[in-house]
Design a protein around this ligand. Structure first.
Ligand code: ZN
Ligand code: ZN
Ligand code: ZN
Ligand code: ZN
Length: 281
């Protein structure tokens, strides 16, 4: 702190200029407190009315967050902000899992093998159902495979968002694989949507590629895609930062890896006999 109470001995003008770069994030209750600051010679002061305003704002925000946690049907309060809240066609609603379970049907696959673009699909509302993935929230959309056009099932806003935007690896690991395959061509052809195929290959490279004799798992990143469906990945050792090498994966190698991945996910369900106690290795 300098004599004027500002960090790094900055003059007031310099401080304001530096803070301006972050003015969209550094505000309170939608206001900027910078212009209201007064230096008393010992400390920075703010007008009392402004402090009272900030207090009211903080209280109101707390109340709103609280309100968003309360189940609209039974009135009990949810675990944390956003947990029970989901977007529906008319806005947002908060409903606890038991109330959702009572209000909406669970999807039993009646649109299996039905095209998203069909009259039959259009005749069914996704919001009559529970989300097929979390099974906790009211669904908002009919999720479908963009490559094959088949309906996978009803999803709530946040599950649908996870499928499109979360790390593919996380989605696949948390029950998403079964949903993506949901009884259509993807399952028959033992494949996944492009963004997930790519991630299966990337994960495989990270598990198998090594930097010389180094044991550290490298970090793989897609470098480029060739028109024949092949991919080039760049690998970097997490431990030895200057190390970088590339690895080409052809389209058929990638397809093989994805098939193996799908088979591994399917195996326990399809054939319980294969889940015998494995011999120790
Ligand atoms: Zn409830
Ligand atoms: Zn969901
Ligand atoms: Zn598909
Ligand atoms: Zn290394």
């Amino acid at each position: 702190m300098g004599d004027n109470g500002l960090p790094g001995g900055l003059a007031w003008e310099e401080f304001v200029a530096a803070s301006n770069r972050y003015r969209h994030t550094r505000n309170m209750g939608g206001t900027r407190l910078l212009e209201l600051l007064t230096w008393s010679g010992k400390q920075w002061l703010l007008p009392r009315a402004y402090i009272e305003f900030l207090d009211r704002w903080a209280l109101r925000e707390e109340q709103l967050v609280d309100q968003a946690r309360v189940c609209s049907s039974c009135g009990i309060k949810g675990p944390y902000w956003g947990g029970w809240r989901s977007s529906i066609s008319t806005g947002y609603v908060t409903r606890c899992p038991p109330c959702s379970g009572a209000a909406f049907r669970s999807y039993a696959g009646h649109l299996r093998g039905v095209q998203y673009d069909s009259a039959r699909r259009r005749g069914t509302r996704p919001d009559d159902y529970l989300s097929h993935l979390c099974k906790e929230r009211q669904a908002a959309v009919w999720d479908h495979c963009h490559e094959h056009g088949y309906v996978r099932g009803p999803l709530c806003g946040s599950c649908n968002n996870r499928e499109c935007k979360s790390l593919p690896y996380r989605f696949l690991q948390s029950g998403g694989t079964q949903h993506l395959l949901e009884r259509h061509s993807c399952l028959e052809q033992r494949t996944l949507p492009p963004r997930f195929r790519l991630d299966v290959v990337r994960t495989h490279l990270e598990e198998t590629e090594r930097h010389g004799r180094c044991r550290t798992q490298p970090y793989a990143e897609l470098q480029q895609e060739d028109p024949n469906g092949g991919h080039q990945f760049t690998l970097t050792c997490r431990w030895h930062s200057p190390s970088r090498w590339t690895k080409d994966v052809t389209a058929s190698e990638a397809a093989m890896l994805v098939r193996a991945f799908v088979d591994a996910v399917q195996a326990p369900e399809e054939d319980p006999a294969t889940v015998s106690p494995a011999s120790d290795s």
